[in-house]
Design a binder for this molecule. Structure first.
Ligand code: F6R
Length: 611
């Protein structure tokens, strides 16, 4: 989604802002822009397309000498919501006097209303965006005090925002504010930055302040003042950023996605580190913050998430039922608060989110808290809004996930859900013997993943079979059903092949009509109590001319398959992780063969901060 970076300091702002925008490119965007303070003037440059286009434009229009003396600026990457990706719609937007510039992430829901009122006063809008309404509103209230004007404008606004604003008449000042869209401030030596994502700050400082909803910050080169909307001062801690600059580089891999797929033995190891009690056959998850009594009283588990995180929750559902005998379900976060969720103090709601900023998942967290339920986060990004608002839960420790297509977050989420299920199981009926057996299997996950990664070349060959097609199916049963959904999601997002994930037994209830000779059907037929039934489903596809690509266990039969990918023999719940890794690699190689923009797929955004 959109990205924001702002800088106020002593260095030339242009390279800092362009560097920040490049770090934010992974979030997905379709235009970019920048505004600089030059004395008591504001300069604006905007371009459709990549940050490189903006950079070219800046070099053509602003001399090196001019860029060198401008030390304050704001910049933005826009993922179009209101209006097409055009230069006129790109941020920064200005007020009527052209002396205020604003960049914005989020959606101003009542912008039509504001726009009509301003038009009635004579404003002539130059874009189709909701953001222009806000920048003009700030201008309406501006009487020489930018923070005051921003505060007054925000009182009239409904919706979500993370904004950074500058006024020509207040050199050396940026005002930033958030509600529903993340913003983090970087505190350097004689310089301050603000960004929508800490990865844009890491090259400059490790000292950060995470803004909360309702915070308004006044940034100068050597100070940060935070107030609420009623101007009451607020103290926020300065935290240390636990992010290495190298973690947001490709490290020799052709794509971030490939790097992140290969990081999974390590990222899963990090998710498990110190969390398995091999003596007791249980898990140690102090972040859950639950007493044995609280654990024993949990009657039902409801997981909420979107996309890949939703699929991880669906695997978790099987784990909680099988290992902990706790009734559990997964709900799409976007529906949770609109369907009058029936949850109470005996339920546990787990919000699953890589970014910790997904708007729908955050809204579900707030709804669940409102209902008095115990809420935990299963989050990757430390300090993110969901992590902070849930207050307890388990971090994935997967490190930054830059590729838009989620990979290591999924395997981390499933690994942690297995640990949670193990812990809840051991606090109830799960025997020490079964607990130990499953704990050992979970512990061996890094090696199981290595075994799949070692088949990279063979998987690339299988990808060549799929790449020429425009449709594909992924079938699985039990905990492999969500893995099939995830495999299909990966393929469609990065290769643009229409891929359907289906329950293997459901195919014959309708979608089998779509099979034509040659259609690739990926069937997950690992060691499980229903493997024979899945193989029969594969036969049904083959009988209709489909090409069957089977994921089978090391010792399993591949008789039904045209192409085979082997996954290690292991417990069916644990096997979901190596199977997912195999499907990630498969999607990656298909997309590569089709020449797709793997790390920045069309129309997609990392971290969806609008509903
Ligand atoms: C798919 C993908 C998305 C995210 C979804 C939720 O590869 O990345 O489906 O999983 O947008 O994001 P988080 O986990 O950040 O809440």
């Amino acid at each position: 989604m959109c990205g924001i970076i702002g800088y106020v300091g002593r260095a030339s702002a242009t390279p800092v802002l362009l560097g920040g925008l490049r770090r934010l490119e992974y979030r997905g965007y379709d235009s970019a822009g920048m505004a600089l303070q030059e004395g008591s003037e504001l300069l604006v440059a905007r371009a459709v397309g990549k940050v490189a286009k903006l950079s070219e434009k800046i070099d053509l229009t602003w001399s090196e000498e001019l860029q060198g003396r401008c030390t304050v600026g704001i910049a933005h990457t826009r993922w179009a919501t209101h209006g097409a990706p055009t230069e006129a719609n790109a941020h920064p937007h200005r007020d009527a006097s052209q002396r205020i510039c604003l960049v914005h992430n989020g959606i101003i829901e009542n912008y039509r209303n504001i726009r009509q009122k301003l038009e009635a006063k004579g404003h002539v809008f130059v874009s189709e965006t909701d953001t222009e309404a806000l920048s003009r509103l700030v201008g309406e209230f501006y009487k020489g005090d930018l923070r005051q004007a921003v505060t007054r404008a925000l009182r009239q606004v409904e919706g979500a925002y993370g904004i950074a604003v500058m006024a020509a008449d207040e050199p050396g000042v940026i005002v930033a504010a958030r509600k529903g869209s993340p913003l983090v401030i970087g505190v350097g030596e004689g310089e301050c930055l603000v960004a929508s994502d800490a990865s844009a700050l890491v090259a400059h400082t490790r000292r950060v302040i995470y803004l909360n909803d309702g915070d308004i910050a006044l940034l100068k080169a050597d100070s940060v003042q935070i107030t609420d909307i009623d101007h009451a001062p607020i103290e926020r801690d300065v935290a240390d950023l636990e992010l290495e600059a190298a973690a947001v580089e490709k490290g020799g891999f052709e794509h971030f996605m490939l790097k992140e797929i290969h990081e999974q033995p390590e990222s899963v190891r990090n998710a498990l580190r110190g969390r398995i009690d091999a003596q007791q056959g249980t898990a140690v998850l102090s972040g859950m913050g639950t007493s044995p009594r609280e654990l024993a009283e949990i009657r039902r588990i409801v997981m909420v998430g979107c996309g890949t995180s939703l699929h991880a929750g669906m695997v978790g559902e099987f784990a909680f039922e099988e290992l902990a005998t706790i009734s559990s379900e997964v709900q799409q976060a976007a529906e949770f608060r609109y369907r009058n969720p029936i949850v109470d103090a005996h339920d546990l709601v787990i919000a699953i989110s890589q970014s910790g900023e997904t708007a729908d998942t955050l809204a579900a967290v707030r709804e669940a808290k409102e209902k008095g339920t115990m809420v935990m986060g299963l989050v990757n990004v430390v300090g993110s809004t969901i992590a902070r608002e849930t207050g307890r839960g388990v971090y994935l420790h997967a490190g930054p996930e830059i590729s838009v297509a989620s990979t290591k977050a999924f395997t981390g989420q499933v690994a942690v859900l297995l640990l949670m299920a193990l812990k809840l199981g051991r606090s109830r009926h799960l025997s020490a013997e079964r607990g130990l057996a499953i704990a050992q299997q979970i512990q061996s996950l890094p090696e199981l993943i290595e075994a799949v990664l070692a088949q990279n070349d063979a998987i690339a060959q299988v990808a060549a079979v799929i790449a020429p097609h425009e449709h594909a199916f992924f079938l699985g049963r039990g905990p492999m059903h969500p893995v099939a959904l995830e495999g299909a999601l990966k393929l469609k997002e990065i290769s643009y092949i229409h891929a359907e994930g289906y329950h293997a037994a459901e195919l014959k209830h309708g979608p089998i009509a779509l099979l034509t000779p040659g259609t690739p059907v990926v069937v997950i037929a690992n060691q499980s109590p229903v493997v024979d039934k899945v193989l029969s489903n594969a036969e049904e596809c083959r009988a209709r001319g489909a090409q069957v690509i089977a994921l089978v266990s090391q010792t399993g039969s591949a008789a039904v398959a045209d192409q085979v990918i082997r996954i290690p023999d292991c417990d069916p719940l644990v096997a979901t992780i190596p199977a997912a890794v195999a499907l990630q690699l498969l999607a990656y190689h298909v997309a590569r063969l089709r020449g797709c923009a793997i790390d920045q797929p069309r129309n997609l955004a990392k971290s969806v901060t609008v509903e």
